[in-house]
Design a protein around this ligand. Structure first.
Ligand SMILES: Cc1ncc(COP(=O)(O)O)c(C=O)c1O
Length: 437
């Protein structure tokens, strides 16, 4: 077993900044695991590594919650962004890169006939739902329990942080401060349960604006046939199907989750990996839905407003063009999948070897070990897993210089074979520790 460097104690500067962050930034003093002692201030990121202010180095599988699929400070992204910065940051009007990026998104994304830019995944989702509502002239949105679709009022319901789920199809707000009537607009179905979903679509068909799903919900892959049947049901009901691909977009392949699973939605939202850590999101889809955003309609009233001061700004678009060029290089996705697969297997074997039941769900570029001996297929089965053990695992890895998201691992295209082997050793070492405790 390879040894890992012991973590350096927190330095005075980092300690002082963390105190200030805790006082000044109620929402933003976030850390990789749930424990306060693991909070840190990041000094910088390079490739697959991040460094904290006290000089600790971590192999990064948090990747900024996913977007850094190309790793940190990638030279090609830096070059593209620096060149763009020298020509000005924001014009409201499109630049060459805005159009080039739209062209490449239409080329690469099966559902994309037209493109609208936003700045965050949350506003991309809000835009997509607004388009669907305009098309259907209906308000209700059907989502799946445990899916996260960002911070828009209507979608901040029954997500993965829900503690007390309600009977289907009633939503549970994940925040206070949401207007009471928003609850009336949201219906919740169990993920991966096509019969219950079909019943809800049939029952509410006349009120539904859309059905929205993450094609891989968090790290819960769709059961074979689930997305296909969902596509068929929504198509027959003429209810737009939206894929929220903020995580899966360009992570599961150059054609995103819709290409990977072979199911084409009516609209999709892309974000995160698309722009290598620069604020950008995309709503793309069928022309007869997207057309409502055309500026010429403004005077007719038959118009969906989807604008933003920074939407399609040249800096984010230049970053995205550089990222997409990297994703188009030969073997990028096969290597990403191969390394992710080795990590998934390494994780499974490490816990099998110490007798701790674990199930690793997801796809190689984004996966998650659940501490449970029952099958994990939806929010409720996931909720019954051992979250305390999961947190301890995250903490044990952090102490060994491996950083990951709360539960899941995001793999990047710049993690090397050596990084993967090192990580598997650390996972095995952490598994021994957890088994001993
Ligand atoms: C599937 C999904 N949709 C939407 C969002 C919201 O994106 P953002 O945080 O960029 O607003 C997220 C963020 O994690 C996400 O995972």
């Amino acid at each position: 077993m390879k040894s890992h460097q012991p973590k350096k104690p927190r330095g005075d500067r980092e300690g002082a900044l963390l105190e200030e962050a805790a006082a000044l930034l109620p929402a933003s003093a976030r850390h990789a695991t749930a424990s306060a002692e693991s909070a840190m201030i990041i000094r910088e990121g390079r490739g697959p590594r991040v460094f904290d202010l006290s000089g600790n180095e971590y192999l990064d599988y948090l990747l900024g919650s996913g977007p850094m699929l190309v790793g940190h400070a990638h030279p090609m992204v830096l070059k593209s962004v620096t060149a763009a910065l020298e020509r000005g940051s924001s014009f409201l009007l499109p630049t060459e890169v805005t159009v080039e990026l739209a062209r490449e998104i239409v080329r690469s994304t099966p559902c994309a006939e037209r493109v609208v830019f936003g700045n965050t995944g949350s506003d991309g989702v809000i835009f997509a739902i607004r388009l669907a509502r305009a098309y259907r002239r209906r308000d209700k949105v059907l989502k799946f329990e445990g899916a996260y679709h960002g911070q828009g009022d209507a979608l901040l319901m029954s997500n993965q942080w829900t503690t007390a789920p309600a009977d289907f199809p009633h939503p549970v707000p994940n925040s206070i401060g949401l207007p009471e009537q928003v609850r009336e607009e949201v219906l919740v179905a169990p993920w991966n349960d096509i019969d219950r979903t079909a019943d809800l679509i049939a029952q509410y068909r006349d009120d539904l604006a859309c059905v929205i799903a993450e094609p891989m919900q968090r790290t819960l892959s769709p059961r074979p046939g689930f997305l296909e049947q969902l596509r068929e049901l929504t198509h027959r009901a003429d209810v737009p199907l939206i894929f929220d691909e903020v995580v899966t977009g360009y992570r599961l392949g150059y054609e995103s989750g819709q290409g990977y699973y072979g199911v084409t939605p009516d609209l999709c939202v892309l974000g995160k990996s698309l722009s290598a850590g620069h604020p950008l999101s995309v709503v793309a889809g069928r022309f007869d839905l997207m057309k409502f955003a055309e500026g010429a309609r403004r005077l007719t009233g038959d118009y969906v407003s989807l604008t933003g001061t920074y939407s399609g700004n040249p800096i984010s678009c230049a970053a995205a063009l550089a990222a997409l060029a990297l994703f188009r290089e030969p073997d990028v996705y096969p290597k990403l999948f191969e390394r992710g697969r080795r990590l998934m297997q390494g994780c499974q074997q490490a816990f099998d070897s110490v007798g701790i039941p674990v199930q690793v769900t997801g796809e190689p570029p984004a996966f998650e070990p659940w501490f449970a001996d029952h099958e994990i297929v939806d929010f409720r089965s996931a909720q019954k897993s051992n979250h305390a053990l999961s947190s301890r695992f995250g903490q044990a890895l952090l102490e060994r210089g491996i950083m990951k998201a709360h539960e899941k691992f995001f793999v990047s295209i710049v993690h090397t074979d050596e990084d993967i082997e090192h990580t598997i050793d650390a996972i095995q070492d952490a598994a021994y520790e957890l088994a001993r405790a």
